[in-house]
Design a protein around this ligand. Structure first.
Ligand code: BGC
Length: 723
């Protein structure tokens, strides 16, 4: 007993016979690796095993003997999810698990504001700490390959560069709060259809140029501390136990030092997991129950048995534990000064509002119908179920139990309700024809109509677990919008959710806003845009096609989507999103990067100046002036085109952007430095990124299809990754 007390004191640093004995691992002044080594050396085999698998839905076990606390993971990408029961997906039924609902990932991406991504990440990190969490399961950086993917709303859109920049900002912010981000889902989780088994086949170039960059940036630039493997297979091996992805690329080439966790129920075989790079198995599904609960996880008792039999190496387990411990030390789990966080502060609410204000995209605004001037309007008809539908809790794992949620109707009432007569009509969904009649009558009686429709988080729309069936507006909204526009030409259409086809009514309505899911301050943000308190500055992080058949993943269905015999082949290769539309000269409905403002911007003084001779090869420099009469923000986008590449390349590729906020008349000089990476493509034979000697076009545009400045650049010699 005495010996036990002595050991316990030694481990935890308590006082022994009055003297303070501090274990190395508890001493925050020690280097992280020293602390890891020290703690690892004190752990028994069983204790080590307990750290590499979950012991409830979202936790791993505590090891009180060593002062290791229970470790809490939680979703997700746009706020801290409510607590879930330990052994089922039912809510835990707590009353203290609310959080600030931020706008979803695609809305954040539409801001093109990396500082805001930092702020959102930081706020979520603070809330996660206040809720006692250690690892947050986000951001979702899978590329929007097809507009039908049910989780596009969580993503940062179709472009690897934009996705990378937003991810890096977000992770830096979140991890500044002693929380580990968990970037997900590694990799090629681009459809929900057969997500647990589908085997994805694609070229090495598509993998490296489209699907990996955001993960690479998360690891190399943002020092993300954890990565979640995807459910699907890649080249015939499940992603959570995929030697090529996890051992060779992630941990080998990129030098990732943190932990790889499985998606929930995404790991399948003890030996594969043990050998192919998985460090933490999560799961709550029938198979865990069948295997006798969490001790039956592949990385629990079965792993222990194989280790004891000598069929798997102990060093492999040590490596996994080391990675788990590293994340704990990096997030100061053992340190007294770990941040306590904060919940639902005014700052968090204002970040939520600002992301929504900056993320809403103005797609059309004929005759300057927007912004509406409330002093000149007596009656507004607000039509559409999405005006009153609560959205924050929807979508499955990224849903939030919000402290409150300002719906679009409430936001409009907050803004103009005292002076303007606001009438509401549901317009669609359950009511059928009667509802339509009511809506038309409301439209006729009003000075302007704000139609608020689009999608919602029901399964089959923007939701985890199933893809969308098509790109159409549900519930007969196409017909309804046409009828409303015929009844009142001053109709503004606000679409919530991810893109839909609009061709049947677009010509009939003067104004259209793409508003995604705007989080708990969304209604206020939308009202600020509608009534001109804020000028829209969002730009599309994805192409809006005219029809589904124009999209790259649909060129050879079903092989290219949703797959045949369990295999989906990304035949379009690199040509995802605008890379496809631009190269194939297909006219989209609205191009990538598009978004209008209430003011106007002029670009001028184009210059390409030599870089600093080291990393920067050349700097694109130009002025942007706000030539309108009100404040506004513009996102300048820089695209690169190679004139005669030795391997086929897309027509243009985004390689830089800058969002500038300008007062009327104000001019700002923008500089966008370009390094080797901006000119490079992945050469599969050389297995590295090559910027080929030769001529390039550098273009700056208001969207991918509205290039306003351009110039030629000659790269005098080829540069590879090793240069
Ligand atoms: C999702 C993950 C999520 C996890 C835990 C999975 O079904 O794919 O994104 O983090 O569940 O809720």
């Amino acid at each position: 007993m005495k010996l036990y007390v002595f050991l316990l004191c030694l481990a935890t640093g308590a006082s022994v016979f009055g003297a303070e004995v501090k274990s190395l691992y508890l001493d925050s002044r020690q280097p992280l690796e020293t602390r890891v080594d020290d703690l690892l050396s004190r752990m028994t085999l069983e204790e080590k095993i307990s750290l590499v698998h979950a012991n409830s839905t979202f936790t791993t076990a505590a090891i009180p003997r060593l002062g290791i606390p229970c470790r809490w993971m939680d979703d997700g990408p746009n706020g801290v999810r409510e607590d879930i029961s330990p052994d089922s997906w039912q809510p835990a039924g707590r009353t203290d698990d609310f959080s600030t609902a931020m706008p979803v990932g695609i809305c954040l991406a539409a801001t093109w504001d990396t500082n805001l991504a930092y702020s959102e990440g930081e706020a979520i990190g603070q809330e996660a700490r206040a809720r006692g969490k250690d690892i947050m399961l986000g951001p979702t950086v899978n590329i929007m390959r097809t507009p039908l993917w049910g989780r596009n709303f969580e993503s940062f859109g179709e472009d690897p560069f934009l996705t990378s920049r937003m991810a890096v900002g977000f992770i830096h912010g979140e991890q500044s709060q002693d929380i580990a981000s968990c970037v997900k889902h590694f990799v090629a989780n681009n459809q929900e259809c057969e997500r647990g088994s589908i085997n994805v086949e694609m070229s090495e170039r598509a993998l490296h140029e489209i699907y990996l960059p955001a993960f690479k940036a998360a690891v190399e630039e943002a020092d993300v501390w954890s990565v979640m493997g995807a459910y699907n297979q890649f080249d015939g091996q499940h992603c959570c136990e995929n030697n090529y992805l996890l051992n060779q690329i992630l941990k080998g080439e990129w030098g990732f030092k943190g932990l790889v966790m499985s998606d929930w129920g995404g790991a399948h075989d003890t030996k594969e997991e043990a050998l192919n790079g998985l460090d933490l198995e999560n799961g709550l599904d029938g198979s865990v129950a069948r295997r006798g609960g969490y001790d039956g996880c592949h990385l629990a008792q079965p792993y222990l048995d194989l280790l004891k039999k000598g069929e798997l190496p102990m060093a492999g387990l040590d490596n996994k534990v080391r990675r788990n411990l590293r994340v704990m030390f990096a997030t100061h789990v053992f340190d007294p000064g770990r941040t306590n966080g904060s919940l639902n502060t005014v700052t968090h609410q204002m970040i939520a509002r600002r992301v929504a204000e900056e993320g809403i995209v103005l797609l059309k605004n004929q005759n300057h119908l927007l912004p509406l001037n409330p002093t000149k309007i007596k009656t507004i008809a607000v039509i559409g179920e999405n005006a009153i539908l609560l959205q924050a809790h929807g979508g499955n794992s990224s849903g939030i139990k919000a402290f409150y949620e300002v719906t679009p109707l409430q936001g409009i009432l907050n803004r103009v309700g005292r002076n303007v007569n606001v009438i509401f009509s549901g317009g669609y969904k359950d009511g059928g024809v009667d509802l339509t009649k009511q809506a038309i009558a409301a439209a006729k009686s009003a000075d302007a109509v704000i139609y608020i429709g689009g999608l919602n988080h029901d399964l089959g729309f923007d939701c985890e677990g199933a893809d969308r069936k098509n790109l159409k507006l549900p519930y007969g909204q196409d017909e309804l919008i046409s009828e409303i526009a015929a009844a009142n030409p001053r109709t503004i259409v606000v679409l919530l959710g991810t893109p839909v086809v609009m061709d049947s009514w677009l010509d009939q309505v003067p104004s259209v806003l793409q508003a995604w899911y705007m989080g708990m301050e969304g209604g206020n943000a939308l009202a600020h845009i509608l009534f001109g308190d804020v000028a829209p500055s969002g730009k599309l992080p994805c192409t809006i096609p005219k029809r589904l058949s124009d999209c790259p993943a649909f060129a050879d269905c079903p092989a290219t989507y949703p797959g045949t015999n369990g295999v989906v082949t990304y035949k379009e290769g690199l040509f995802v999103g605008y890379r496809w539309f631009d190269t194939k000269r297909i006219q989209p409905q609205f191009p990538f990067g598009f978004g209008l403002s209430y003011t106007t911007f002029k670009y001028s003084n184009w210059k390409l100046v030599p870089g600093d001779g080291t990393n920067e090869l050349v700097i694109a420099q130009f002025d942007i002036q706000n030539t309108g009469a009100r404040d506004g923000a513009e996102v300048a986008q820089l695209y690169v085109h190679q004139n005669h590449p030795s391997l086929v390349r897309p027509e243009k590729e985004l390689k830089g952007f800058k969002k500038v906020f300008l007062k009327p008349g104000e001019t700002q000089t923008v500089s966008i430095p370009l390094n080797r990476g901006a000119f490079a493509f992945y050469n599969p034979e050389q297995k590295s990124w090559i910027a080929e000697k030769g001529d390039f076009k550098i273009m700056v545009g208001k969207s991918s299809r509205d290039i306003v400045l351009q110039g030629g650049y000659h790269l005098p010699e080829s540069l590879s990754e090793k240069d």
